[in-house]
Design a protein around this ligand. Structure first.
Ligand SMILES: *Cc1c(COP(=O)(O)O)cnc(C)c1O
Length: 403
């Protein structure tokens, strides 16, 4: 074995020996990254089509975000919310204005922001809708992904996420994704919210029927049900708009963001809502030691600055259209469908996605299977034309080899 391969094998062995085996990663050991590129210990580069599940929309190690992080790291990084800090206020102002909401509650990981929304919806049920205590229902959708906490998997319908992890948190009702009639039938006097991904990411890049979100939003108005969008993966430019819901012209009552809000440097998430809804939380009702810490605020602020100043939503729209056309033009019998929006693209395959991912890796592209027969292509939004061409040519080679 080559020296460098031995080094990579040693890292893999350490992970396997001392870590939990709760992932099945591709065996590329990344040591450095910049923009859309990942580099292994041998200096071989790979085009990143995973983008840490949309957490690095701005590209890896963006210098502007790094500068903000370094500057803040020298001043103060963590105060807890037991006192105030000079970064939280400006960050909240920037985040809410940028996203079009009156107020925000900062957390760290995506699933914590989801949990925050679930708690808000339940309190809304009892305080505003007079739902009988402990009986509020939140409607979720089959095949969803909202994270891995006990409440999030209680909302899941995916057997693998749930197996042997019960008992589950009650209060979630699942209906088929994109099925308006099923949704309408599920709404009752106990319903306080629907929680929806405008495009299902982990579920295999599933785009709902054209009018579904709009009609669901209308239904929510009619029944005083909160429309809560989980845009942790679809938001902040990924789908060619700032939010995937913008495409449908709807404004969710509750917006959940994460991933790219941290620019790949730091976990930063938030739940956005009106002032009126946010008032449902009083002192001590909810919180997080790290939520809204100065370092997170500085990173979050810079992450938003990059999305805005580099026009990332528009670039995702352009690059996504170009890439999607290129993928369709490959006309491979291994591809049954190319779907998605912007730079959130799913290839529905007639061959195992894992095998195609391995062949792509040999050709310098890292993309990940989601489900057995779907490959997700989601590069950083800063991808350039020449890199799209490289990606398409690697894909062409891999598709020919897989058949
Ligand atoms: C990734 C993701 C989450 C969970 O975010 P974490 O930061 O991993 O907790 C929730 N919802 C969606 C749609 C996601 O893609």
């Amino acid at each position: 074995m080559h020296d460098i391969d031995r080094k990579a094998a040693a890292f893999i062995e350490l992970e396997d020996r001392y870590g939990a085996h709760n992932y099945q990663p591709l065996d590329v050991v990344v040591e450095r990254a910049e923009g859309v590129w990942l580099y292994d210990g041998a200096g071989k580069r790979y085009l990143d089509c995973v983008s840490a599940y949309s957490a690095v929309n701005q590209g890896h190690c963006h210098p502007r975000i790094r500068a903000a992080l370094e500057e803040q790291a020298r001043k103060v990084t963590l105060t807890s919310r037991a006192m105030r800090n000079d970064r939280l206020g400006p960050f909240l102002k920037r985040l809410t204005e940028f996203c079009g909401y009156e107020s925000a509650l900062p957390m760290n990981t995506g699933v914590e922001a989801v949990e925050t929304a679930i708690k808000l919806a339940r309190r809304y049920a009892y305080e505003r809708k007079r739902v009988a205590s402990d009986s509020a229902e939140i409607i979720v959708f089959a095949n969803n992904f909202h994270g891995r906490t006990t409440a999030a998997i209680s909302a899941s319908t995916t057997e693998q996420y749930r197996h042997d992890f019960g008992p589950f948190t009650p209060g979630f009702v699942a209906v088929p994704y994109g099925d308006y009639d099923a949704l309408a039938a599920a709404v009752n006097e106990r319903t306080c919210a629907i929680l929806v991904e405008p495009i299902q990411g982990e579920g295999g890049v599933i785009v709902p029927p054209p009018d579904f979100l709009k009609r669901a939003w209308g239904l929510c108005r009619e029944h005083r049900v909160l429309f809560m969008a989980d845009e942790i993966q679809t938001g902040l430019g990924r789908t060619g708009d700032l939010f995937a819901c913008d495409h449908d012209g709807i404004k969710p009552d509750v917006m959940i963001v994460g991933k790219a809000l941290g620019g790949g440097y730091y976990p930063v998430s938030a739940m956005l809502a009106s002032r009126d809804l946010m008032q449902l939380f009083g002192p001590g009702d909810h919180g997080s030691t790290f939520g809204g810490n100065p370092l997170a605020c500085a990173v979050g602020m810079a992450s938003l600055d990059v999305i805005e100043s580099e026009n990332l939503p528009a670039r995702a729209r352009y690059a996504g259209a170009r890439l999607m056309r290129g993928l369709r033009d490959l006309a491979s019998p291994a591809i049954e469908e190319v779907r998605g929006r912007g730079l959130l693209i799913g290839l529905q395959l007639t061959v195992p996605a894992r095998r195609l991912a391995e062949l792509l890796m040999e050709r310098g592209v890292v993309a990940k299977d989601t489900h057995e027969d779907v490959l997700r292509i989601a590069p950083p939004l800063v991808i350039e034309d020449a890199e799209i061409e490289l990606l398409l040519s690697a894909m062409d080679g891999a598709l020919k080899a897989v058949l």
